[in-house]
Design a protein around this ligand. Structure first.
Ligand code: G3P
Length: 213
């Protein structure tokens, strides 16, 4: 399973990239706003840090197919690694169908059921992003959603890759990997939580003590 980092904070991206295990970056309008910088500014810096797929989302106010297509073409022009993130709506799917024929890579976001994932894939999406944590938030089973999409995509050899998104804790990463999800996109804090184990820390402390005996 590939690991992407889910943030628009370039310091976090730099730090995570230095681990050597990050294959891509995902952002969304909320993460860009949190960075306090403009979309163009932050994206142009991110592409210099990670040489892999970088998802940049169309503006939240861009809802009509023609406008999505126009904006997506501009985002794609920024860098060869740009993936245009498009929300899962009928207009969004129309746009993905047009863009995929032009060779523009897309990530269909805010996926909350298997049909949405299947239709996005049929439109030619490069990635689909089911939101695990937000589904859990409304008393639904976020991980089951991942299992179900993996199942259906496997049945039909669908090439669209599944990004486990809205990852909130380390167990979500483990479950994504067990489900056969292609990618988990992980916030910096969760990535660092997942690296650590108290028994590792205790073990190191003991080794240090013993080695000085
Ligand atoms: O990848 C999607 C992610 O940014 C959403 O996460 O925690 O806001 O549901 P969250």
């Amino acid at each position: 399973m590939k690991i992407f980092i889910d943030t628009a904070d370039v310091n976090e991206i730099r730090e995570a990239a230095s681990l050597g295990i990050i294959s891509g970056v995902t952002t969304n309008p909320s993460l860009i706003a949190k960075s306090g910088r403009s979309f163009d500014d932050v994206i142009k810096e991110i592409v210099t840090i990670v040489d892999g797929p970088i998802s940049g989302e169309v503006k939240a106010t861009t809802s009509k197919c023609d406008d999505i297509v126009k904006e997506a073409r501009e985002i794609a022009k920024i860098h060869k690694n740009m993936i245009v993130k498009i929300p899962m709506t009928a207009e969004g799917i129309k746009a993905v169908s047009i863009l995929s024929k032009e060779g523009i890579k897309t990530n269909v976001t805010l996926i909350f059921n298997v049909n949405q994932a299947l239709f996005a894939a049929k439109a030619g999406a490069t990635y689909v992003s089911p939101f695990v944590g937000r589904y859990d938030d409304v008393s639904e089973d976020g991980m089951q959603l991942i299992y179900d999409i993996v199942d259906v995509f496997t049945n039909y050899d669908i090439e669209t890759e599944i990004i486990g998104a809205s990852i909130r804790h380390p167990l979500h990463i483990v479950e994504c990997a067990k489900a056969g999800c292609d990618i988990a996109t992980i916030p910096y804090k969760v990535l660092m939580q997942a690296i650590k184990h108290p028994l590792t820390d205790q073990g190191i402390e003991k080794f240090i003590k013993d080695s000085s005996k």
